[in-house]
Design a protein around this ligand. Structure first.
Ligand SMILES: NC(=O)c1ccc[n+]([C@@H]2O[C@H](COP(=O)([O-])OP(=O)(O)OC[C@H]3O[C@@H](n4cnc5c(N)ncnc54)[C@H](OP(=O)(O)O)[C@@H]3O)[C@@H](O)[C@H]2O)c1
Ligand SMILES: [Zn+2]
Ligand SMILES: [Zn+2]
Length: 353
């Protein structure tokens, strides 16, 4: 049954840049014919949430209810939604709309929509409040096209990070055809990095965890890394020159990535997914000398997100998570900033009251 309106929804929001998150009440739009109303069970905490609350990218709008790693169950659907039923486990990632007509949208690459997509939070919308509000909340209303089905065999809390960290690492690994016989380096063992290790391992590659934190080595192996390379160990870095078929760089802050470029074989690519903005001092020598490439990649389209979830279901790939009470979200942000998370915080939305 379609409800004509959605009752006010408890949420956590930042009122301005760098403000501590605090309880608020928001409104969701009425369920339209193509919409799905979802009761949120879990929401992952992405480093992008921290960037957005801090307005690191100069595009944040407030009040902000962050959260784009959403897992929940369908409450009700609009009349035109025929393939989702109440109770079904679903997910919502970083996007809730796009133009649906441009070449990118037609190619199922909504993340590269030429007219601009609508982010799950902090994007202008005609919904109540004028801004999209994310998953640090009890309920959400999303157009069916931007909702994915989550395999029931996956633990729901551990599956939440698949909606951003998972697809952001899966998509470049697939695009650069990672598989058996390849040596892949994943740089930075955080939320994205640990998913990158798990997916690259599941795809059959030899995986090397490249980390600034020597103490994470044991974990990296448990997650699926065959080797660990500590980037501050100059000797080990020199010994690894020219041995990688692909590098996935997840570091969230500006850094000198020339040293990493030297690790690549000729003609191979380092894909940067860390949203670090402008970066200085690109040394062209490692590029020219080995015809190497630096590339970037943004999350993944909805079709690929569904494929990623199906792959995760088959291979039982989920995140290693620390489930938290939403009352501790500000402390969790502090710990994430200090790289002190194994390896993704996930909010138990039941703690929202
Ligand atoms: N492209 C996309 O579509 C997309 C999607 C989601 C997120 N992102 C971005 O991806 C980045 C990573 O997100 P995340 O959630 O994985 O972050 P995270 O959980 O905080 O992990 C980042 C990891 O990078 C390493 N690191 C941190 N500071 C470093 C430094 N100063 N120098 C070298 N390494 C450092 C640490 O690993 P070690 O201790 O192992 O070195 C850390 O655990 C963020 O910028 C986020 O906004 C991009
Ligand atoms: Zn994210
Ligand atoms: Zn488009």
């Amino acid at each position: 049954m379609n409800s004509p309106f959605v009752k006010p929804t408890p949420a956590f929001a930042a009122s301005s840049a760098r403000a501590r998150l605090a309880p608020v009440t928001i409104e969701r739009r009425a369920v339209g014919p193509r919409d799905v109303l979802i009761d949120i069970d879990y929401c992952g905490v992405c480093h992008s949430d921290l960037h957005m609350v801090n307005n690191d990218w100069g595009m944040s709008a407030f009040p902000m209810v962050p959260g784009h790693e959403i897992i929940g169950r369908v409450v009700t659907t609009g009349a035109e939604v025929t393939d989702l039923v109440p109770g079904q486990r679903t997910g919502v990632g970083c996007l809730v709309d796009s133009c649906r007509q441009c070449e990118a949208c037609e190619d199922h690459l909504e993340q590269y929509c030429a007219k601009g997509f609508t982010l799950t939070y902090s994007s202008p919308t005609r919904d109540p409040g004028g801004l999209t509000f994310g998953g640090y909340s009890k309920q959400i209303v999303v157009d069916r096209n931007y909702v994915v089905k989550v395999p029931e065999n996956l633990d729901p809390a551990a599956a939440a990070p698949l909606l951003c960290a998972g697809i952001t690492t899966y998509s470049p690994l697939v695009h650069w055809k990672v598989g058996p016989g390849m040596t892949v380096g994943v740089i930075g063992l955080g939320g994205l990095g640990h998913m990158g290790v798990k997916f690259a391992h599941a795809m059959g590659a030899r995986v090397v965890m490249i980390t600034t934190s020597a103490h994470k080595g044991e974990d990296a192996r448990r997650l699926g890394a065959d080797e660990v390379l500590v980037s501050s160990d100059a000797q080990a870095m020199a010994a690894s020159m020219g041995r990688f078929d692909f590098l996935l760089n997840t570091i969230p802050v500006p850094h000198d990535f020339n040293a990493y470029m030297m690790l690549l074989k000729r003609d191979c690519t380092m894909c940067i997914v860390g949203a670090i903005g402008p970066t200085a001092n690109l040394n062209t020598a490692p590029l020219i000398m080995g015809r190497r490439t630096v590339a970037g990649s943004l999350i993944g389209g909805l079709k690929e997100t569904q494929e990623m979830l199906d792959f995760a279901g088959r291979h039982n790939v989920v995140a290693d998570v620390e489930v938290i009470d939403i009352a501790t979200i500000n402390e969790a942000y502090g710990r994430m900033q200090r790289s002190d998370v194994k390896y993704r915080f996930v909010i138990d939305v039941a703690t929202l009251g």
